[in-house]
Ligand binder design. Structure first.
Ligand code: NAP
Length: 302
């Protein structure tokens, strides 16, 4: 039995359009309705034919839904939730895919009093945005973290979990604040570091931009992939997950200072021990199927 029959997606970028494509593939009888604020995105989604109906306003998109997923940047959740509130059916379950969870849960609960809110975060993505960037297999074998509020109805949590499992994801349940701390380490801090390194390199006056690009295979180019991620999405993530990111940044700064000292004092053992530990982490990620085991991330080398 399908967890939902009438699904509405608000926001048809990378994640929203991937959900639409995956629902089409794995649950073809589900009726899909969608809305995006951008008329050009709406027109493109009609052209792609990945949903049954595209509406001009968010309210009309939800009138008949049994499941509504908000796939907009975290900073836009409030505006969207407020605009659908008068039209949301009483028995509909509302969820989102935002990359930070405690703030989004508070926003949705306040904007939709009495609604069943079960937030989630598919830990899957690419550095691309927009409806053409989406693909049906994005969630295959990836984790989706469901972060229900305390006291949430078990049946509603089970239906949201079953939805993600049907799209090929593996589901974990987590308390929203714990999610924000975990993701601050595994996703938000790495993005902040990548944005910093790429910014620093492009600002250096003694090294030209053409040299930075020419010799990027020395490690830099792997940071540029992350630093090419959507500016709106990431601005909102850092503002929404401020506390956890600042806490992790403090720890990171201390660890960086310790490495700086080891280099200054020629303490090779400290460097070697750390690099040995980090290599083992990479092995575990590959063993758990969360990355490509081929050298250089499977890039083709003619
Ligand atoms: P995206 O490709 O930029 O798509 C977002 C879409 O939402 C855009 O078409 C945008 O339109 C639209 N939108 C913005 N404000 C809106 C509003 N008020 N009403 C309706 N539509 C609105 O972004 P994405 O990568 O799919 O990210 C969407 C959400 O998924 C974010 O909350 C993000 O944190 C989360 N997420 C992203 C990733 C990832 O790797 N990208 C992974 C997991 C979760 P405009 O073009 O007009 O702004």
């Amino acid at each position: 039995m399908l967890p939902f029959a009438r699904v509405t997606i608000i926001g048809l970028g990378l994640i929203g359009s991937s959900i639409a494509r995956a629902v089409r593939q794995h649950m073809p009888t589900v009726r899909l309705t969608a809305h995006d604020a951008d008329p050009a995105v709406r027109a493109r989604v009609e052209e792609l034919g990945i949903v049954d109906d595209v509406t001009d306003t968010p309210g009309v998109a939800v009138t008949d839904a049994d499941f509504v997923i908000l796939c907009v940047p975290v900073g836009a959740m409030d505006m969207v939730a407020t605009s659908i509130a008068p039209e949301l059916p009483v028995d509909a379950i509302i969820s989102d895919v935002g990359s930070s969870k405690a703030g989004v849960l508070a926003t949705l609960t306040a904007a939709l009093p009495g609604a069943t809110v079960i937030p989630a975060h598919p830990v899957a993505g690419t550095e691309h945005s927009g409806p053409d960037a989406g693909f049906a297999s994005l969630f295959h074998g990836r984790w989706c973290i469901v972060t229900p509020p305390p006291g949430a109805a078990e049946a509603a949590v089970a239906r949201v979990s079953a939805f993600w499992e049907a799209l090929g994801a593996k589901v974990d349940l987590m308390e929203p604040r714990h999610h924000d701390l975990v993701l601050a380490v595994t996703s938000h801090l790495p993005h902040l570091i990548a944005y910093t390194i790429v910014g620093t390199a492009s600002d250096m006056e003694e090294v030209t931009r053409s040299e930075v690009i020419k010799y990027s295979a020395g490690g830099f180019r792997d940071f540029t992939r992350i630093a090419a991620s959507d500016p709106t999405m990431w601005r909102d993530v850092f503002l929404a997950n401020k506390e956890a990111v600042l806490e992790m940044l403090q720890r990171f700064t201390e660890d960086l200072t310790a490495l700086q000292r080891a280099i200054r004092w020629g303490d090779g053992d400290t460097l070697f021990d750390l690099f040995t530990r980090t290599r083992a982490i990479r092995r575990s990620i590959i063993e758990q199927g969360q990355d490509d085991a081929r050298p250089d991330f499977g890039r083709a080398h003619p």
